[in-house]
Write a protein that binds this ligand. Sequence first.
Ligand SMILES: Nc1nc2c(c(=O)[nH]1)N[C@H]1C(S)=C(S)[C@@H](COP(=O)(O)O)O[C@H]1N2
Ligand SMILES: [Mo]
Length: 362
Amino acid sequence: MDLWGKRDDMVVHEREPFNAEPPRTALAEMPLTPVESFYSRNHGPIPETDPVAWRLRVDGLVERPMELSLQELRSRFDEAELDATLQCAGNRRAGLAEVRDIPGEDPWRSGAVSTARWSGARLGDVLAAAGPRPEAAHVAFAAPDVSPVADPPQSFGASIPVAKALGPEVLLAWAMDGRPLPRVHGALLRVVVPGWIGARSVKWLTRVTVQAEPSVNYFQATAYRLLPPGADPVQAGPGDGISLGPLALNCDILSPDDGARVPPGPTEVVGYALAGDGRSVARVDVSVDGGHSWAQAELEADADPWVWRRWRIVVDLPAGAAEITARAWDSSGSAMPESPAHLWNPKGYVNNSWARIRLDSR
Ligand SMILES: Nc1nc2c(c(=O)[nH]1)N[C@H]1C(S)=C(S)[C@@H](COP(=O)(O)O)O[C@H]1N2
Ligand SMILES: [Mo]
């Protein structure tokens, strides 16, 4: 269980808790990321769930609190199936860490993003059965994995606003790519919140609580918040900074690999772009001259907003040390900032600066 069934060439940032990402070229291979390549982000030891004893509690500001076995959940609610991309708020942190040190956080490269086909009950259906009271404003998720990272150590948790929780895309998923959820990805049940940072897709789910306020869990109230550049993250407390929820528009180059040796001349470049909560990717520009001139990449047809939009382009690589740059635009006309220096923040979240790779094309 060393690599939790992942491919041998995963970049392992930590073994305990297990934190690993695939090389970018593994993500280039196909639209759905095979489970063995899917990144894994954990804040504490991976719990083992007893499928017989396990129950999901649904409580808080609801008319009819419930306690459901997996069997009851599956028989009472329709099964929905949906492709969705998960992206960690720390994806591409390595680019920010080049600007200024980010102590205590893993330097994720391009691989803390992956796509799967999820099956489960719609959270909205389960909430409708429980009957939210009028004061209901947030839906909180609890799990048993205790994180030593939290101060004081506590189990992982998160919340999302009721309006998002009722969206048909938000699932309580028991399967990934048609198979029961693997333990490392949250068995027996996990939340999947498409279009939002991965941290809200709570794994090993045990409890859904409807409440008037956001979760006070450390990972909602204190971590996964964007602090101003001058703030001391060690001193940060509940409510400081911007709470991260909906994803920011982002894109990346997946092939060729950064640093690869590629002969000059026509070269195919492949990547993805992902827009935030319900927006869609409208255009991807690629440059081989550091952003002086741009060509538009060809976008894959599928425009489902919850899934990354893959793109490709053939560029004419100059001889010598070449650099390829990519940037995306979304359906609101928003673009990505040029430099990670403008985005640097003490915990290294949301690096959506232009994607860059350097190639040796002698
Ligand atoms: N219970 C629990 N859920 C969790 C986490 C965790 O540590 N514990 N990590 C979160 C974060 S930060 C991310 S990015 C995603 C990663 O999901 P994955 O490991 O299935 O790729 O799970 C989220 N859900
Ligand atoms: Mo994350």
